[in-house]
Design a protein. Structure first.
Length: 202
């Protein structure tokens, strides 16, 4: 199993600053915090583009607290689950073995709580906005070698559009979201490691 895309995916960066908005800016970091706080769950389709141009698609699910699911479509046919402190990567090939990682070593940990509190947490590397888009780059100052997470939102109304993950060596993974449904009912079993492993016969 080639786990390089996931190593790239699970990245963070150090060193944080905060850029002021221009006079035309249509949103503030407080507006983004309010938007993120209002989200209890997300269901969306995604397109993932790696630095080498490789494209994968699938379904993205997010549920507070601390649950994420990336279900990749064939021919990729693998599953990434986050539930609490752990990440599980399942390749659906019969001979593969599920791989486990710590959530704390992924950028998704930045949004796993009930409230983001971006400014107080010290995770904001930069922030800028204009009438059409918002750019927010997040960091983990205690883990400077893990990369950065760049979130891009539409401005009016605020809505997540995509994120770009960059590792320490500069390799990028871009994830574009489409057909986004917020605060829908999402079954907890979809994030259960044991149930998903059992379902796939691992």
């Amino acid at each position: 199993m080639n786990i390089k895309p996931y190593i790239i995916f699970f990245t963070l960066i150090s060193c944080f600053t905060l850029k002021g908005n221009s006079e035309e800016a249509s949103a503030t970091i407080s507006d983004v915090e309010s938007y993120l706080s209002s989200i209890k769950s997300i269901k969306a389709e995604f397109i993932q583009i790696s630095s080498d141009g490789h494209v994968e698609t699938g379904e993205f699910l997010f549920k507070k607290p601390r649950k994420v699911r990336f279900a990749y479509n064939p021919p990729s046919d693998h599953l990434v689950l986050v539930n609490g402190p752990s990440v599980l990567i399942i390749d659906k090939e019969p001979s593969s073995v599920p791989q486990r990682y710590l959530t704390s070593n992924t950028p998704l940990s930045l949004f796993m709580g009930e409230e983001p509190f971006l400014r107080e947490s010290g995770i904001v590397k930069s922030f800028s906005s204009d009438p059409s888009s918002i750019n927010l780059i997040l960091s983990n100052p205690e883990k400077p070698r893990l990369g950065d997470l760049h979130l891009i939102f539409d401005s009016d109304p605020i809505a997540i559009r995509e994120w770009i993950l960059t590792n320490y060596s500069g390799e990028k993974v871009r994830v574009i979201f489409d057909k986004i449904d917020l605060n829908v009912n999402v079954d907890n079993d979809l994030f259960s490691f044991s149930r998903q492993i059992s379902k796939l016969g691992k």
